[in-house]
Every structure is written in structure tokens, then in C-alpha cells.
Design a protein around this ligand. Structure first.
Ligand code: SF4
Ligand code: SF4
Length: 85
């Protein structure tokens, strides 16, 4: 029997990333005011909250879209180039 490709839900809608992402978000926790906008806006739901209420990004699934950086009101998130390797 032929298996048809089926979309399977995963943590990130795009599945695991890391190989093809060009930029990744980097959070400066000294600037973060814990507003949680990045957590709310991340389209893939890959930002969770630490026990201290700080956002933590799961880089296994982050696709590097940059929406979190766009929405952060204090510019605590910077998109940095992925290091090849
Ligand atoms: S770049 Fe930001 S908004 Fe986009 S997937 Fe990664 S954590 Fe989510
Ligand atoms: S949007 Fe910016 S200030 Fe707000 S929780 Fe995220 S990193 Fe912190």
C-alpha cells in the first residue's frame, strides 16, 4: 500500500528547524520587562516561560520569523545570524 504524506502536528508548525534558519532571536534579559508579547505573538508557540516569568525560546522549533523581535516593545529581542557549523 502507498503511504500518502500526511501533515502531522508538532510543537512548531514548521517542525524542527535549525538546519535552514538564517537568523535566530536572541533575548537580552537585562532589557526584558516580562510583558509576554513575544510569547503571545510567536506563531509557532515555541516560547515558554521560565519560573521567573521570563520568555525562553525553544531553538529546536523556532523558525526565525522575527515576529517576536518586531513585537517586543523594548527591543529586548535581536535577530542574529546563525553561526554555520
Ligand atoms: S523568531 Fe520568534 S516569533 Fe518566530 S518562531 Fe522564533 S521565537 Fe517564534
Ligand atoms: S516582548 Fe520583549 S519585553 Fe516582552 S517578554 Fe518578550 S522579550 Fe520580554
Amino acid at each position: 500500500m502507498v503511504e500518502l504524506p500526511v501533515a502531522r502536528p508538532s510543537v512548531g508548525a514548521a517542525g524542527k528547524t535549525g538546519n535552514w534558519r538564517l537568523f535566530k532571536p536572541s533575548i537580552d534579559y537585562r532589557k526584558c520587562i516580562k510583558c509576554l508579547l513575544c510569547w503571545m505573538y510567536c506563531p509557532d508557540g515555541v516560547i515558554s516561560l521560565s519560573g521567573k516569568g521570563l520568555p525562553v525560546i525553544d531553538y529546536e522549533y523556532c523558525k526565525g520569523c522575527g515576529i517576536c523581535a518586531e513585537e517586543c516593545p523594548v527591543k529586548a529581542i535581536e535577530m542574529v545570524k546563525e553561526v554555520e557549523g
